[in-house]
Design a protein around this ligand. Structure first.
Ligand code: FES
Ligand SMILES: [Fe+2]
Length: 333
């Protein structure tokens, strides 16, 4: 048992697309060590601008490819053209896991000469200013493609830049996901006066769509609003808040270990009112959601996962949610 396995939840790491970085964290020529899915990885951006993610250990003699040496000490390793240079003996590896150069070999090893993919290489997509990878415990190919939204395109000038918030949460991903169908906790954990009313709660393949209608008290009376969530697998969600002030939250969660999850939240709001209403109401909405994350963690980090919880008729559709989630919980073979 590894240290992070507290035994509070027996479920495996889910498969699917997961965010590992924000695009702006990785400029051309950058390389960064990562730890997700219980593995050591390295992300790098080639000189032509492609984001790549590979396994961390160099197939030559096992050096970690994520840490530079000499001029690059304390930073990432060198990126040379489309490849990453190993700090130990200078072998170069591209994003497909091929060895592209051995600086001192007269004859390349056969697997190198054949252009075999030797180093583990990950499927990478860049959407919504995020770098995503496909994780499957048995290395099966992607079965769907992540979607981008218009509002989060880098060239979209109508929406603000990302307001980012991140948390490392000591809980299995599913415990965090269940929050989305748990209407009853809002009052007790977050102090909201009314339970949100469910208008849509649908599960379709790898997608989930939920819409809650809300009635928010304001100094100028009650404002009708909505919280609409679209999830793509277990790791990627887009949440749209409307009513008092339009807010879009890209709410992504990535497994670090089985029972450690990294939440990466990015908020965007309309640019036209960013300096007026955005400064007051807009900021208050973001602060409130972040506070809810802090509150939820007090529960998540200590709770035990029950396969058969004792539910009542007022509880949300946990069984449906778990059936949907189950498709992503593939046991490693
Ligand atoms: S261990 Fe990477 S080049 Fe030798
Ligand atoms: Fe919550």
């Amino acid at each position: 048992m590894i240290a992070s396995d507290t035994g509070r939840c027996p479920l495996p790491i889910p498969m699917g697309w997961f965010q590992v970085l924000f695009s702006s964290d990785l400029e051309a020529g950058d390389a960064i060590p990562l730890h997700y899915f219980g593995k050591e990885l390295v992300a790098f951006r080639t000189e032509s601008g492609a984001a790549q993610v590979v396994d961390a250990y160099c197939p030559h003699m096992g050096a970690h490819l994520g840490y530079g040496i000499r001029d690059n000490a304390g930073k990432g390793p060198r990126v040379v053209g489309e490849s990453l240079e190993c700090p130990f003996h200078g072998w170069q590896w591209n994003g497909q896991g091929q060895c592209t150069h051995i600086p001192y070999a007269k004859n390349n090893p056969p697997r190198v000469a054949k252009g075999e993919s030797i180093l583990g290489a990950w499927e990478v997509r860049e959407v919504n200013q995020q770098i995503l990878v496909w994780y499957h415990p048995n290395k099966e190919a992607p079965t769907w493609e992540p979607e981008s939204i218009e509002e989060a395109l880098i060239r979209n000038t109508e929406w603000t830049d990302f307001d980012r918030h991140e948390w490392e949460i000591h809980a299995h991903m599913q415990e965090i996901g269940e929050n989305g169908v748990d209407g009853a906790h809002f009052h007790f954990v977050h102090g909201t006066s009314e339970l949100p009313e469910t208008e849509i709660q649908s599960f379709d393949g790898y997608k989930r769509h939920a819409k809650f209608v809300t009635r928010q008290p304001t100094p100028r009376g009650v404002v009708d609003g909505a919280i609409e969530t679209r999830s793509y697998g277990t790791g990627l969600s887009v949440v749209r808040f409307s009513g008092i002030y339009d807010t879009i939250l890209l709410a992504n969660i990535t497994p670090v270990e089985r029972e450690i999850s990294h939440a990466m939240y990015a908020f965007i709001q309309p640019k036209a009112t960013a300096d007026t209403l955005g400064k007051t109401v807009g900021q208050a909405i973001i602060a409130n959601i972040c506070q809810q994350m802090e509150e939820d963690q007090i529960i998540w980090q200590r709770k035990q996962y029950f396969e058969r919880p004792l539910l009542c008729d007022g509880d949300g559709p946990f069984a449906k949610f778990r059936r949907w989630y189950d498709q992503f919980l593939v046991e490693a073979q």
